[in-house]
Design a protein around this ligand. Sequence first.
Ligand SMILES: Nc1nc2c(ncn2[C@@H]2O[C@H](COP(=O)(O)OP(=O)(O)OP(=O)(O)O)[C@@H](O)[C@H]2O)c(=O)[nH]1
Ligand SMILES: [Mg+2]
Length: 364
Amino acid sequence: MQFIDQVKINVQAGDGGDGLVTFRREKFVPTGGPSGGNGGNGGSVHLVANPQLQTLLDFKFKQLYKAETGERGGPKGMTGACGEDLILQVPCGTSVYNDVTGAFLGDLLIKGDSIMVAKGGKGGLGNKHFLSNSNRAPETCLPGMRGEEFSLRFELKLIAEVGILGMPNAGKSTLISVLSSAKPKIADYPFTTLVPNLGVVRKDTGDGTVFADIPGLIEGAHEGIGLGHDFLRHVERTRLLIHLVDGTDPNPVENYTTIQRELKSYGRHLYDRPQIVAINKIDSLDQDLREILVEELQEACGSEVLLVSAVTKTGLKPFLQKVWDKLNELDAQAPKPVVDADDLPIDRVDLPESLFAPQAPVSN
Ligand SMILES: Nc1nc2c(ncn2[C@@H]2O[C@H](COP(=O)(O)OP(=O)(O)OP(=O)(O)O)[C@@H](O)[C@H]2O)c(=O)[nH]1
Ligand SMILES: [Mg+2]
């Protein structure tokens, strides 16, 4: 599946229908009076989060999304039909911005989160509305208002509690593949992972936590070198980072500090995010080397460093225990998750289940 994490689209709400000028014509009623109805309101454009969708790919092929216009007012005071709203489905984790002003419009995180991005125009008034004592036969009506139009930018940020990062080839994908049922591509060359992988890691109790394995980072990633640090956006919403260091690399400590530097230059508080540092591939290291490495790395990072082997699954139990303990500790410090849907300017709506049918295409 192609992974598309940024798109720009234009949305156009429907115009309101025009009001109507007409007069009642009835037998034996010589002056029938105004009877033109109001135009119907134009449809609005809404976005709604759908967990069945994984990418923004659908939006790559079409740029303009229009809701229906309202119908013109009818005779006998009838209001024109309202235009139908357009509901666009986006993956959970989509952030929405006004592409022209850069204003942040909201995050769609949980199934059913929705946001109205363009309001339909109000229908114009028909001449019936203008009847007054001074004007018994108004010939005035109003045109429908224009629907709102905006250029939007969507950014998909995966929703994971734990992010795994490190240099290319450190074994990040191997780790997520043994901890969860994710099946990422694993290979003995750098930049095997080109798009983030998500995996659900379960505790003994069965509770699941989402981990994200992102493409490897290298020196200068913040200047776009390698795959750049574009993918760091996907760990922005994590609460905890796992920094995986390849113990078989000639310069593990240097690699660690390089990644830390990249996190710092990326900004957005990623550098301050709690981290668990682990040395991987210890199956290929002798005991002395392990001890030296742990000592050096502990000195560099100022916290406990764990030893694991993703391939032989050595050290994974204490490693996972540390992850759960750290998450519990974070829960105790700040019971709220990093992203609290209640704090965001979005509506929670109960939409019909049929809207979330698997493989539902983005409707037009
Ligand atoms: N000996 C040993 N090899 C490992 C271990 N974990 C991963 N590897 C190997 O290291 C290589 C890279 O593993 P990946 O999981 O693809 O590494 P990655 O960090 O996801 O790499 P990128 O996606 O390129 O950033 C593969 O050949 C793995 O088999 C380990 O614990 N021990
Ligand atoms: Mg990988």
